[in-house]
Write a protein that binds this ligand. Structure first.
Ligand SMILES: NC(=O)c1ccc[n+]([C@@H]2O[C@H](COP(=O)([O-])OP(=O)(O)OC[C@H]3O[C@@H](n4cnc5c(N)ncnc54)[C@H](O)[C@@H]3O)[C@@H](O)[C@H]2O)c1
Ligand SMILES: [Zn+2]
Length: 361
């Protein structure tokens, strides 16, 4: 099957494959030089998807190690990483091995981080089973874990060798998780493609129940992520556009002790940051209203569930914070992000975020 996108990297490029038969796609892309394989997933994804993937790889590399850790942000930690590493080393893993992440963004971020430091770095492949991972987390090589201070504060850039989008897996994805993925899909539309945004609006109005995202829209989201990462692999500047909504989102996630999921927090964060964009870079009010309306139509939250005071301290821990000033990537209008002299973020006074945190009543 032909890839739906390619990601350009300093060292070459890698494909993003998409289909209903993930085991066959994984076997198809497998590099004959990878003599050992380990599947790493969480306690939901590994039991569900691991056996068929392992069976598909068995003819290529014999016995496939299957490792899992408990699902949830609370286990996206250095302790989990260490346990996985100990298991891989105990099993005799060598440099020519390949680690296959199987699951949502958490499993892929952890598996990629393990691969990036094991024996100073082994190959890894992502099999994305949540919508959020498919349109976002699986692509681009950011890996990492959380600490008490915040999200993803320890991690690496380590590009996968390939990405598999497992479309059939979405059948078992809980509806709330589907919505979390839709938040990142909306983000991609805001930052790069006004016509995708309009297509999402039309789909949101027409759909019945929790119907999955139509494949052409999913493919467009994947392409946007691939294009952004290809232009700026290590987030020197342009890749920061992907952080729209995330400065606020990360603070909400941490302040709520992850009771608010990443996608939901991004939805809220985009609305708050869009208000900031109205003030700082002229986002039309009508565009912010369309964004808010689309997110609500998709069943996503649009208002912070906690007061600004609860998030204030945590905003200071964001990776994009410099000298106490928060930096936000902001849209100028739907489909276009603000840029000035090669910079894709704007310094945002904490006081402005405090003022715009809640909608004006
Ligand atoms: N690396 C990146 O560039 C990047 C980008 C965006 C988000 N992220 C990270 O991704 C994480 C969020 O990812 P997520 O929303 O996928 O969360 P997740 O990995 O926790 O997955 C959501 C839940 O759905 C379950 N699940 C996944 N696929 C399933 C399936 N097909 N059937 C049944 N259950 C399934 C998981 O076990 C989990 O319980 C956050 O930690 C975030 O920081 C990383
Ligand atoms: Zn995100």
């Amino acid at each position: 099957m032909d890839p739906i996108a390619h990601v350009q990297t300093a060292g070459g490029s890698y494909p993003v494959l998409c289909g209903d038969d993930a085991p066959a796609l994984l076997a198809q892309l497998w590099d004959a030089r990878w003599r050992q394989a380990a599947l790493i997933g969480d306690s939901n994804t590994l039991p569900r998807f691991g056996p068929a993937l392992a069976a598909a790889l068995a003819p290529r590399c014999g016995e496939v190690l299957q490792l899992s850790f408990p699902a949830g942000e609370a286990h996206k930690t250095r302790a989990t990483k260490q346990q996985l590493e100990d298991s891989l080393l105990a099993a005799g893993f060598e440099r020519g091995a390949c680690v296959v992440g199987v699951g949502g963004g958490i499993a892929l971020d952890v598996a990629g981080f393990v691969a990036s430091t094991l024996l100073r770095g082994v190959a890894h492949v992502n099999v994305a089973t949540s919508l959020l991972a498919q349109v976002d987390a699986a692509i681009g090589g950011k890996t990492g874990v959380n600490t008490a201070q915040g999200k993803n504060l320890i991690g690496t850039f380590h590009q996968p060798r390939a990405v598999v989008i497992d479309c059939a897996a979405l059948a078992s994805l809980p509806a709330a998780e589907l919505r979390n993925g839709l938040a990142e899909a909306v983000k991609h539309a805001v930052l790069a493609d006004a016509s995708l945004f309009a297509a999402l609006e039309a789909w949101a109005d027409a759909r019945v129940g929790d119907a999955p995202l139509p494949r052409p829209l999913l493919a467009r989201c994947v392409q946007i992520k691939a294009e952004v990462v290809s232009r700026d692999e290590r987030e020197q500047a342009f890749r920061q556009v992907l952080n729209f909504g995330h400065t606020v989102a990360h603070a909400i996630e941490a302040a709520s002790a992850h009771a608010v999921a990443h996608g939901a927090a991004v939805a809220i964060g985009m609305v708050v940051e869009a208000r900031v964009a109205e003030r700082l870079c002229g986002l039309p009010v009508a565009d912010r209203e369309r964004l808010q309306r689309l997110l609500a139509a998709l069943g996503l939250p649009t208002a912070p569930p906690l007061p600004f005071a609860a998030a204030r301290e945590l905003l200071g821990h964001d990776k994009k914070t410099r000298a106490g000033v928060v930096h936000c990537a902001l849209p100028e209008r739907l489909g276009r992000m603000h840029e000035a002299a090669g910079r894709w973020t704007l310094p945002t006074p904490i006081e402005l975020l405090a003022e715009l945190w809640e909608p004006v009543r």
